[in-house]
Structures are given as C-alpha cells and as structure tokens.
Design a binder for this molecule. Structure first.
Ligand SMILES: [Zn+2]
Length: 415
C-alpha cells in the first residue's frame, strides 16, 4: 500500500471502551476502543476552536498495553485516562493500530463512520505534568495547557435564588405520572411524564457511530409530546447521554441543566449551540438541591462518569434513583435507601461494580432495576455478573435492549 502524508490532530480522549467479552484475559490485553474527539492540529494552531472545521471522532482499536507502549516508556507506570489530550498522526499504510473516522453529516447532524484503511502512526501525550520522559517537552506542555483551557465548560452554584432560571425552577411544581427508560440503543435516555406530556428528560443520549445499528427506528421519543417548559437534566457530557439532541432540534430548544467539566472540540461546539438554554452547575456548592419531587445530587468521583448529576425522585411511596454512569459507590447514602426503582449504573458495565454496593430494594418482590443497554451493542453490555448480582439482591431486572430475549423496548421505572 502506498503511504500517504500523515494527518495531525489534537485529540481529546473522550472514552476508553473495553469489551466485556473474553473476560479470561487480563484487562491490559483486552480489545479496547479509544475514542478521540479531535480538531486538525493546523486549525487549532491558527486560532480556530471549532467553526466549520471537519472535526472527526477518531476511533482507534488496540489494547491498553499496546496503547501505553506507544505513548510512554515500557517501564513507565503511566496509564491512559479519559480527559487526556494527545497529538496523533494517522496515515494510510500497513502496520499500527486501525483507525476509523466519523464525520458529521451536516444535513442530519449525525456522525457517520467511514470505512478506511488508515492507521495510527504516531501518538504523543500533551502532558499535564504526570508523565515524565518521552512527551514532557515544553512545547507539548504549552499546547496541552492551551487545549485544556479552550475546551471547558464552567458552572455556577446550583441553587434556587436568582441564579437559577425560572425555566428550571418550574420542576418544583411537577406532579409526575410516569417515568420511562427509553430504548435508544446503546445509550441512555429517561423520559419523565406528567399526563401525556414529557416534562423532563434525564439524559437524551444516542449511540456512538460504531454502535449505530443498535437504536430502534423510529425511536419512541419521536412520537412524544414535549411540554413547552420541558427540561433536559444531563448526567454528564458523554455522547451516549446527550447526542440525540445533535439530530433532534426539539431537544436543543429545551432548557438544559448540566454539569461543568472538560470536554472535547465537538462537545464544546454542541454546548455553544445551546446558548442561553444551558444552565451549568458546579459541584462545589449547592448540593443536594431539592425541587419538589426532584432531588439533585453530585456523584463524588473524579472522572467524568463518576462526577455527574444524579437525580432522586419521590412520588408518593415510590423512590426512584437515576444514576447515569456513576457507580453506586460514588452516590450519597441518603439517595440509596428504600428505593422502589433505579437505573443500573453505566449500562451495567463491570467497571466500578461491586455486589456489596448495590442498594437493596424497599420490597424484595417489587423493586425494578432497569439497564439502558443497546440491542446488539459492541461492548457486550450488560455484564452478566452485574445482572445476576442485582437479581441476587432481589431486584427485578429489565433491559431496554433485548439481551437475547427477543423483546426490546422502553421500560417503566414508575408506575
Ligand atoms: Zn454512558
């Protein structure tokens, strides 16, 4: 194969997705997808943050061990983590981990993955000071610092004073009649109804391009009526939790409350598109916040999954916990007692799962635990261990994807 000129990108490591299949192997040797949110290095060097640039999502398939060896010295104890920035080079040639690019289809807003034969030929960490040696040179330090400063969303105190828009305070008046975890494939979306209208969403996710065969067509949400003052509550800035709004204008026009954090270029561009419809909360003050039947709490971890917004709802005798991707260990104890329903954290992935931390249901015969995991997803979610551990704790487990039962679909958390 004729090698082409390498293309350089600044690449935000948005997710590390390890397949749960093949569990007998050590985690470092499992096939892993590294998903980067990128901007062409030339563009950023010329002062462009997002604009109309082609900013592909880049997926690199390899193992954690291989990835670490490409970035750091073999003897290094350094490990890649979500939120790292890298300078990467991709090229059409033989050898090196395989790369897929997904670019935005401007008509639909959806990412489309392109079949290609490119490989990752070079990768350097744009360090935050944690890796000594190979990529700790001064120029890389400087670029890394600039990227971290450019792609970030800052929050304010979450409270009920004039800081908070009236359009979010309206949640305090809600009388919820139903809560449904929707089948959106390998992604998360929960709709909260008052009568026939959706008055709030907890996440409005859609699958990443390489899981795009997993959602139903059309999804249930297309037939829903949204109330005029419907609010989107976002657990965290992961594509599979917000990106249905990239393709559904109705959702972008709603009011959003979301956590602060560092993000990649495409997420940054999306956040800007929400403009004044977005209210960003900072974890430092104002939690827990009670608004009628809603209680907002901050998951107390440090990575994006485990530092999101968690929602607890009390409707009569029912207590429902919406977890997003935050594991139980990072959720405050006062939200985990006497539950009647919950969403199982992180699509029932094994990461961060311990049977001891699963809260028991209020009544062992009636508790409903729902997994938001896609039909035919590529991760092997849900993990069978996570599923049976919930059953051992007396939860009735339901899955939005079919998991071999042949019956996929949206699931009620309440009633
Ligand atoms: Zn997720």
């Amino acid at each position: 194969m004729q090698a082409t000129n390498p293309i350089k990108f600044y690449a935000f490591l948005d997710r590390i997705d390890t397949t749960s299949k093949g569990q007998s192997r050590s985690p470092e040797r499992l096939r892993t997808n590294f998903i980067f949110d990128t901007i062409p290095a030339d563009s950023f060097d010329n002062g462009i943050l997002d604009g109309q640039e082609a900013m592909p999502l880049i997926r690199v398939m390899t193992t954690k061990r291989m990835f670490t060896e490409m970035v750091a010295n073999k003897t290094s104890t350094w490990e890649p983590k979500e939120g790292d920035w890298y300078l990467i080079e991709i090229q059409s040639q033989e050898g090196g981990p395989r790369v897929w690019q997904a670019k935005t289809n401007h008509a639909s807003g959806e990412f489309e993955e392109q079949v290609g034969s490119t490989r990752l030929t070079e990768i350097s960490l744009l360090p935050d000071g944690t890796l000594k040696g190979k990529s700790s040179n001064a120029r890389f330090m400087k670029i890394g610092k600039k990227l971290r400063k450019s792609y970030v969303v800052h929050g304010t105190k979450l409270d009920t004073n004039q800081n908070m828009p009236q359009s979010i305070k309206v949640l305090s008046k809600r009388r919820l009649s139903a809560i449904k975890a929707l089948d959106v494939g390998q992604a998360s979306m929960v709709a909260l109804f008052q009568g026939n209208e959706v008055v709030a969403f907890y996440d409005v996710g859609w699958p990443l391009p390489f899981n795009k065969s997993s959602p139903p067509s059309p999804p249930d949400i297309d037939s829903f009526t949204l109330s005029e003052d419907c609010v989107v509550i976002l657990s965290h800035w992961d594509y599979d939790h917000y990106s249905r709004a990239r393709i559904d204008e109705r959702l972008r026009n709603l009011m959003w409350v979301a956590p602060e954090g560092i993000v990649g270029p495409n997420t940054h561009k999306f956040i800007k598109s929400l403009g004044r419809n977005l209210y960003v909360a900072s974890p430092k003050r104002g939690f827990p916040l009670n608004l009628g039947c809603f209680c907002f709490e901050w998951a107390n971890g440090t990575d994006r999954n485990n530092s999101g917004l968690v929602v607890h709802l009390v409707i009569g005798k029912s207590k429902i916990l919406l977890t997003g991707d935050a594991s139980y260990d990072h959720i405050a104890a006062h939200l985990k007692t006497d539950l009647t329903a919950l969403t199982i954290p992180h699509h029932a992935s094994e990461t961060g799962h311990f049977i001891a931390s699963i809260p028991p249901p209020l009544k062992s015969t009636e508790g409903k635990a729902v997994i938001c995991a896609g039909h035919n997803n590529r991760y092997g979610h849900p993990s069978s261990t996570v599923l049976t551990d919930h059953e051992t704790k007396k939860w009735n487990v339901e899955i939005t994807g079919d998991n071999g039962t042949g019956k996929r679909g949206s699931r009620f958390l309440y009633p």
